[in-house]
Design a binder for this molecule. Structure first.
Ligand code: 5GP
Ligand code: ZN
Length: 115
């Protein structure tokens, strides 16, 4: 996906404040943070969304979620955080390269969504 925003960040074509990187996963600061710690954790390989992810993506999805705790603590979310994966239209996804928001580092977050 040559014109995908987050693929371009992976390739270094658009600057981002990177906080973690391995061979599968990249984490960087969200450009519009909603809390003192607001990170985006993404697969380096383009995966559109959890709507379209399959078992072929299991390794990278496992990696994403297994490194989040360490990254969050290193960035200052030492007393818990919230992980959000907006997926598809109803989920409010804006960037169609799968990403987990990691939000914390401040006061207790508001309660879960009420519908
Ligand atoms: P979504 O609504 O798709 O779950 O979240 C997309 C997130 O990407 C938003 O929180 C937005 O602030 C962030 N974002 C959009 N463009 C950029 C960018 O160029 N750089 C960074 N670091 N974050 C971005
Ligand atoms: Zn992409």
């Amino acid at each position: 996906m040559s014109d995908c925003l987050f693929c371009r960040i992976v390739r270094g074509e658009i600057p981002a404040t990177k906080v973690y990187e391995d061979e599968l996963v990249l984490a960087f600061k969200d450009i519009r943070p909603v809390a003192p710690v607001h990170l985006l954790v993404i697969p380096k390989r383009h995966i559109e969304s959890l709507v379209t992810a399959t078992s072929d993506d299991a390794e990278v999805l496992g990696r994403m979620f297994s490194v989040i705790g360490k990254i969050a603590a290193e960035q200052g979310a030492t007393d818990g955080f919230r992980t959000i994966v907006n997926s598809g239209r109803v989920g409010g996804q804006e960037v169609y390269h799968l990403h987990a928001h990691v939000i914390g580092g401040g006061a207790q977050l508001p309660a879960m969504i009420k519908y």
